[in-house]
Design a protein around this ligand. Structure first.
Ligand code: AMP
Length: 287
């Protein structure tokens, strides 16, 4: 079945209210569209665990900085509908910007501390935009479980923290990063890469693996590991390193030694395209 596209808040509320009244559970996958196999894996996870699956497609303006790619972010609704159909979604919620952010909206959601480093530092206001839109979507859809990808590790941790701190009645499920055969993490932004950039992009993941091997071999000094990581990334032709950090896996704070679960997290510009990736060292925490 091709899932219908619902565009208004009252209509999606009517749909999800009816589902709930029948005693069915709702799994929810928030996305910005330009769907790929990473998104499909989240939808399949929702399909396997819930009676009814909602996918939202909304390119959220409040999470883009003034010089970022909001205007040119890929919008591929027809193809997205097919991905949703194949992965087993029941309905797509694709609201208009003016319905999500009517004139004279003044409220937002901000999670302190966890956004101090990594993407939160490079993209001021980004996670405030993410948290605000995700909270709005949770309030509109009222899912039982919401699915996020480990590829956006900081985002997944921040949403988990938000839900815990604000007693939002939803369970957050974090699913593994889906990669190309050569290791590149799938991303809607990969389509911006030139053939030459695409050819070298897997070296981002390889750099993370190289550092993880050094940790496995006993190196725990994060300053040494971070400079080795940066050197690996800078050796990729056409790159500019935005950040290359090792932080604790729970609160995403800098570490001097790897003495607890940690995340190696990077953001790299390949030409004008900003790609992120990460690698968890130790057991998942804070879920
Ligand atoms: P986006 O459309 O980029 O905002 O992403 C929507 C959701 O899909 C987020 O929870 C992402 O973490 C997740 N996602 C994006 N890429 C991947 C991937 N390669 N593997 C797993 N999840 C992903």
């Amino acid at each position: 079945m091709v899932p219908p596209i619902v565009m208004t808040i009252p209509e999606i509320r009517a749909v999800t209210d009816a589902v709930r009244q029948q005693g069915q559970t709702i799994g929810f996958v928030p996305t910005m569209g330009a769907l790929h196999e990473g998104h499909a894996s989240l939808i399949r996870a929702a399909r396997a665990a819930s009676d009814y699956v909602v996918v939202s497609i909304f390119v959220n303006p409040t999470q883009f900085g003034p010089h970022e790619d909001y205007a040119k972010y890929p919008r591929t609704l027809e193809a997205d509908q097919l991905v949703c159909a194949q992965a087993g979604a029941d309905v797509i919620f694709a609201p208009r910007v003016e319905d999500m952010y009517p004139a004279n909206s003044f409220s937002y959601v901000e999670v302190a501390k966890l956004g101090d480093h990594l993407c939160g530092r490079s993209r001021p206001g980004h996670f405030r935009g993410v948290c605000t839109v995700v909270m709005k979507l949770f309030n509109i859809i009222r899912p039982d479980v919401a699915y996020f990808g480990a590829k956006d590790y900081q985002q997944a941790r921040i949403i988990t923290q938000m839900v815990r701190d604000l007693n939002v009645p939803v369970r957050i499920a974090i699913e593994p990063t889906v990669r190309e055969a050569d290791g590149l993490a799938l991303s809607s932004r990969n389509r911006y890469l030139s053939p030459a950039e695409r050819a070298v992009a897997p070296r981002i993941q390889q750099a993370l693996q190289t550092i993880a091997q050094r940790v496995a071999a006993g190196e725990v000094d994060t300053a040494r590991l971070e400079s080795a990581l940066e050197a690996e990334l800078m050796a990729i032709p056409g790159t500019r390193v935005d950040y290359a950090k090792i932080v604790d896996a729970e609160f995403l704070q800098p570490l001097t030694r790897i003495d607890r679960p940690a995340v190696i997290a990077v953001a790299v510009f390949l030409g004008t395209t900003r790609l992120i990736d990460n690698l968890l060292i130790g057991e998942p925490v804070g879920r």
